[in-house]
Design a protein. Structure first.
Lengths: 168, 87
């Protein structure tokens, strides 16, 4: 290498990947340290010591006009940037296939960050945790969700999130 | 980053190949030399005059990476060379 850059692409020990992600700007040590916290970062559940958040779909098959319901208020998960890994789905109130969209941002300015699907049949309720994938989220970000259902009813379900901070 | 530039490196003299840069790559296109040397100066500084602090080129490509702007010099020993400069 030509030059005096002691960091360069390798980086410094306290680097973390930039959030929001900006491709081509992060260092090797940043990716490694972020990867460590992705596996071993301090966990959380939300809501905690409180009831799940109830979602209600639009009364239309796969309607997209259901209410975007706040799950994690702004300025709540404040300590560090965080990640959502699991959604706990329960109390799907009828036999249906459902799809839950997740959003980040202020009310009225939500941007989509991920989705998951689940179903309830006569034999199985499919309650329990589902793995989800979202971008890394800045500390203090508001998280909300919207339900869509295969039926023409205003299907409801309850949800909570499990995730971790990018820190110990 | 600008388009690549082809630089001819004469034998036996330091050639300025990149000026006021912090990153980039130097690729050997052709060489008749036995050795190809590299060094740098803080941008605007006096050009090198000998091989005292020169480092030999490693492989076909050298990366430029500096915390602050530098000028990059190449010395071809024993023949001429041609580099593609990506900065």
């Amino acid at each position: 290498m030509i030059g005096n850059n002691s960091d360069g692409n390798i980086g410094a020990k306290d680097d973390l990947v930039t959030v929001p992600y900006d491709a081509g700007t992060d260092t090797i040590l940043g990716y490694l340290r972020t990867g460590y916290y992705h596996v071993h970062g301090r966990p959380f559940v939300y809501p905690t010591k409180a009831d799940d958040v109830r979602l209600e779909a639009a009364a239309a098959a796969w309607g997209t006009t259901g209410t975007i319901t706040e799950v994690i208020p702004a300025s709540t998960l404040m300590n560090y940037n965080f990640d959502l890994h699991w959604i706990n789905i329960s109390a799907i109130d009828e036999n249906a296939t459902i799809e839950i969209d997740f959003y980040q941002g202020a009310s009225g300015s939500e941007t989509w960050i991920g989705s998951t699907r689940a179903s309830r049949t006569t034999n199985q309720a499919r309650n329990g945790p589902s793995r989800i994938q979202v971008p890394q989220i800045e500390a203090g970000t508001r998280i909300s969700a919207k339900l869509s259902s295969s039926t023409t009813n205003a299907t409801t379900c309850n949800i909570s999130f499990e995730g971790h901070y990018y820190h110990t | 980053m600008a388009d690549p530039v082809i630089k001819d490196i004469p034998s036996g003299a330091w050639t300025l190949v990149a000026e006021n840069v912090t990153s980039g790559f130097l690729h050997i296109i052709e060489t008749q030399v036995l050795k190809l040397w590299q060094t740098y100066r803080t941008t605007g500084g006096t050009a090198p005059t000998d091989l005292a602090e020169a480092i030999q080129f490693k492989g076909e490509t050298e990366e430029i990476s500096a915390g602050s702007a530098i000028d990059v010099y190449i010395y071809a020993e024993g023949g001429t060379a041609q580099l593609r400069v990506d900065v």
